[in-house]
Design a protein around this ligand. Structure first.
Ligand code: SF4
Length: 246
């Protein structure tokens, strides 16, 4: 958990779960794993167990204690819908999101089938809360586009896609029912490259389909050298429901 985040599209991170396991090509250079494994074996460190998945129940109530409204990325160091996290624990996390409604929550997963099942079932009480945004990761066509369909068929007031790292041309995509897309390239050692035309196609499809577009970064081995402008402009749109001033 951190009350501040360097991630361009959020204000703070909240991690009532730590650790995860890889599920698709977008996970190859998982930043959360790289960070967590640096501290494996360090006594008393929050990541003493590296990237092994574990629940952190004492963190669940944290948003209730943050009085100033924030945009909060839920589980930046894990995946809330990982199969090893019990349904009841996810329900407790959602209960806090519903209660601490002065914040905006961004919940992002690669386990989109479980997201859909729970939003139709045990999480239905939180599905359409306007301050909770539900999203899936889309890194390629094979793994990412089925997640888009799972999200589209889930009850939610705000749906978003994190298209990062963008690994190939996604082609023509149907953004019906989607409110916001975030696009970015991979960064760090071994970063896979992203072609400008792949990004332009997504920008243009977002525009033509009335979807908000946020371009996060080009990425690369030294991401600060590559910046985050596309055709001379930054693209920092957010869903239009509201944007909380912080
Ligand atoms: S799902 Fe996310 S947190 Fe989990 S391994 Fe993949 S990239 Fe990392």
């Amino acid at each position: 958990m951190s009350q501040k985040s360097t991630i361009e599209w959020t204000d703070a991170t909240w991690n009532p779960v730590r650790g995860c396991t890889k599920i698709s090509p977008g996970c190859k250079h998982c930043y959360a794993e790289a960070f967590a494994e640096r501290f494996r074996g360090v006594p008393g460190h929050p990541y003493e167990q590296g990237f092994d998945l574990r629940l952190v129940p004492e963190k669940i109530v944290e948003p209730l204690k943050w009085k100033r409204s924030r945009m909060i990325f839920v589980n930046s160091m894990s995946d809330l819908f990982h199969p090893d996290i019990p349904d009841d624990y996810i329900v407790r996390v959602a209960e806090v999101m519903v209660s601490a409604d002065w914040h905006t929550y961004q919940v992002l997963t690669k386990r989109s089938e479980r997201l859909r099942t729970l939003l139709k079932g045990k999480l239905n009480f939180a599905a359409e809360a306007i301050h909770i945004w539900w999203g899936v990761s889309v890194e390629d066509r094979k793994f990412g586009l089925p997640r888009l369909e799972h999200l589209r068929s889930s009850p939610a007031s705000t749906r978003f896609l994190s298209i990062e790292p963008l690994l190939e041309d996604l082609g023509a995509i149907n953004l019906d029912g989607i409110d916001w897309i975030i696009v970015g390239g991979e960064s760090g050692a071994g970063a896979r490259s992203m072609k400008p035309d792949w990004v332009r196609k997504l920008r243009d499809q977002a525009r033509s389909q009335g979807v908000k577009f946020f371009f996060k970064q080009w990425g690369g081995v030294r991401k600060s050298e590559n910046g985050r402008t596309l055709d001379g402009k930054t693209h920092d749109e957010f869903p239009s429901l509201f944007r909380i001033a912080v």
